[in-house]
Design a protein around this ligand. Sequence first.
Ligand SMILES: [Zn+2]
Ligand SMILES: [Zn+2]
Ligand SMILES: [Zn+2]
Length: 335
Amino acid sequence: MHELRKDPLLQRWVVVLSDDSKPPSFYCADRRRGIPPRAPCPLCEIGDDAVEIFRIPNSDPARPPRVRVIANNHPILQVEGSLGRRGIGMYDAMNGIGASEIVIESPTHDVEPDERRTDNLSLVLETYRMRIEDLQKDMRLRYVLVFKNHGRAAGAVYDHPHSQIVATPITPRAVKDELYGARTHFGLKERCVFCDILREERRAGSRVIAENRDFIAFVPYAPRFPFEIWILPNEHQYSFVSLKSEQTPNLASIISLCTGKLGAVLEDPPYNMVLHTSPNKVPRPGHWQTLDDDYHWHIELLPNLLTHAGFEWGSGFHVLATTPEDAARYLREAR
Ligand SMILES: [Zn+2]
Ligand SMILES: [Zn+2]
Ligand SMILES: [Zn+2]
């Protein structure tokens, strides 16, 4: 079983896989991971051994389901077993318990025309919502992370449209940092920091890419990556589970608009998409009372355009070669 280990200095957890990759698998020439392009795609033809977790069937039962969720057969974290929290000398570890699921976003391998893509994306978003809701019932789990790797350079193992769900027994550090920041802002001002950001971006206007009735997309004021995009619900919602069904098509359309614009401006760049929702509510003494008011779910689109160099790793600074205002203008103007 994989193991989770905690760094005692920075309190961040790492997953140590038990597969024990030998050095050749890390050779630079072998960085192109995943299946070779001409091999039969494992997400087009699901094997009999695949464990199906959820499906949205096609209206024609003879055709494959429109959206399907299967258990990842190379899971980072696995569902069966106990957490086995333990101390090893001064260190903390636990078993790699959690859930690793693959969302097959479309029965067809190739990218679909815009209209159908948006239509299917609404079903994919509904699927995320239902899977998060379901996984939150498991009391061992603290967080459900939904993400998408697009392009091999961004970590995609398959070319077939897909995303992933990984539920973890601890709240990830990246989310905790946001939660603490949001709580501090709320403590000072009794306002949600994301609602404040949203108002400020709308007032300034220079970083806004697109808006519809329910959502806004903009380049953040101080992003980590050039052309980074955040998508937020206009209405305050702390959890993605609170997303209303009638809002889903507007979310699908703003996501496809933004990924289409990234593709147009940067010629189909590899990117990662992450959905940041609030952590699972685990009943325990002293649990975060203001979480519903101070956190606000959002989607981050992170194009992989640069490699981190020594300065970035050593300092934690991010260097942006395009200003957020220029990036937003390029994206706004892209068709
Ligand atoms: Zn395929
Ligand atoms: Zn808010
Ligand atoms: Zn975030």
